[in-house]
Design a protein around this ligand. Sequence first.
Ligand code: SAH
Length: 265
Amino acid sequence: MPHNFGDFRATGTVYLVGAGPGDPELLTLKALRLVRAADAIVYDQLVSPQILAFARTGAQTIFVGKKPGAFCCPQRDIEGTLLRLAREGKTVVRLKGGDPFVFGRGGEEAEALAAAGIAFEIVPGVTSALGAASYTGIPLTHREHSSAVVFLTGHEDPKKTDSSFRWEDYGRLDATLCIYMGMKNLESITRRLQAGGLASDTPAAVIQSATTGAHRQFVGTVGDIALASERAGFGAPAIVIVGNVVRLASKLAWFEANRAHALPS
Ligand code: SAH
């Protein structure tokens, strides 16, 4: 029991919240309620400013994202920030792009909170592969084309050895592949998928800044997508989708079509 009741303040709760892929309307009602109520919001660079604008006046907003090419915040510091804010009795929202448990290091942050005995909740978000697929008109499964979906990262923890990730095996899966953080290594990834047996004419798409005003999509084949998308100026943040379902984008690409027909504002 604290010896001085005047100093006592209950520890706050940390909410690990998915902000979705970009379009603020893809935020869940629960995420919106928590963002509005938070005393402190600790956010990444992929969180849209329109979502941060929902924070209440006076809420503390703390950026912990990594700027491209620069190193901002070691994971241990981010975890330390969450613990400190909670111990100050604050309601903390840790806002992450997409879903906190899909390549978002939400697991590590939840582990740190659990180890420190801080109360936490996880609020799922629309992960960017789902946002990219829907807005590009690529059904990730389809009774005629694909019965399985895999989420993969093209950029592993540098501490892991190369052999721990066998792209050749994924080339044999006959599944839709959704590759996060794949742009830098796309040439080698697509080469290794083909070495595993994936036909070079399998359709592939790169979707950059999916669901946002800057959304761009590029469709090619596994054989040519790396070079062709680079030549077309595509880069991170982008999702690469590989599989026969990508063919449907030529019929179902509603988002680009609607934008093309929209009157200039
Ligand atoms: N937790 C996030 C993923 C974070 S890793 C999620 O669930 O989506 C960061 C990677 O996510 C980026 O390199 C990119 O591959 C992908 N990404 C995030 N937002 C994106 C967007 N709007 N469009 C395309 N890819 C996106």
